[in-house]
Write a protein of this length. Structure first.
Length: 268
């Protein structure tokens, strides 16, 4: 079982959790941080090599959580052009293409291996999809997508993997291909999510920024930080709120607090 609530207040830590986080002040050395930045693509490629297409479940919740995928149409059978920025192996992409036959999707990922998995999927068809490798912090999306041509951009569990100093470059890049009046749909890790509390000491890269054992990194967003990030690149905020879930594992009698940030920002 799980319960879910949405709102603007961050999760409140228990005294033990607060104490543990306060103690964890030592940052990973600058040398190692630079190495992680340089090897970011290699680390994600190895992640997909190890896990192939089995790690993430297909995300059949996307259309439930983001009604905009239907609501942004002006009429029922309107063909939509979407961009899935950071598509991984297509767990979000393929359920969407199956569910909605009037979608053309651009899909890009940092990892060449992930893009290969997308192209090998039996549901992949060049008539409905264009997948390409792209580092969103430096490769111009205009090389693959016409300017002002996309109806919806999904940015789902992607920005958290990017160094906070470079996140604005991703939003700038996306802005160029999004049609005016259209939106970026965002979902990612929120402050004090269970995953953040599980990092062992020695994993901290900066404020709310950590490295996993496999070298991939994760940032945990506050509502304020995300809002400032998007607004600084010219977007308008439509919705920006925490989604708090408590997942209950009855067998082990564990309650796991999950915190995500779910948001919608519009290009004026």
């Amino acid at each position: 079982g799980a319960f879910q609530s949405k709102g603007h207040s961050a999760r409140i830590l228990s005294p033990e959790e607060a104490e543990r986080l306060a103690k964890d002040r030592v940052l990973v050395s600058e040398f190692k941080q630079l190495k992680l930045e340089k090897e970011a693509q290699k680390n994600w490629d190895l992640f997909y090599k190890r896990n192939s297409t089995n790690f993430f479940k297909d995300r059949h919740w996307t259309t439930r959580e983001f009604q905009e995928l239907k609501a942004c149409r002006e009429f029922a059978d309107q063909k939509l052009t979407i961009l899935e920025a950071g598509c991984g192996v297509g767990n979000c992409l393929f359920p969407l293409l199956e569910e909605d036959l009037n979608i053309f999707a651009y899909a890009c990922d940092f990892s060449p291996r992930a893009v290969e998995y997308v192209k090998k999927n039996p549901l992949y068809s060049t008539e409905r999809c264009k997948a390409f490798q792209c580092d969103l912090t430096k490769d111009d999306l205009l090389e693959n997508i016409p300017a002002d041509s996309v109806d919806v951009v999904t940015l789902i569990f992607v920005l958290s993997a990017i160094h906070p100093d470079k996140m604005h470059l991703v939003l700038k890049n996306i802005y160029k291909v999004l049609k005016p009046g259209k939106c970026v749909l965002f979902r990612d890790y929120g402050l004090y999510d269970h995953a953040m509390l599980r990092f062992k000491s020695g994993s901290k890269l900066g404020e709310n920024f950590y490295v996993r054992q496999d070298g991939t990194r994760s940032y945990f967003f506050t509502e304020e930080f995300l809002s400032q990030l998007f607004k600084a690149e010219g977007y308008e905020q439509v919705v920006n709120e925490y989604v708090q879930r408590e997942t209950v594992n009855r067998k082990e009698d564990l309650r796991v607090p999950r915190v995500f940030l779910q948001s919608k920002f519009q290009k004026p």
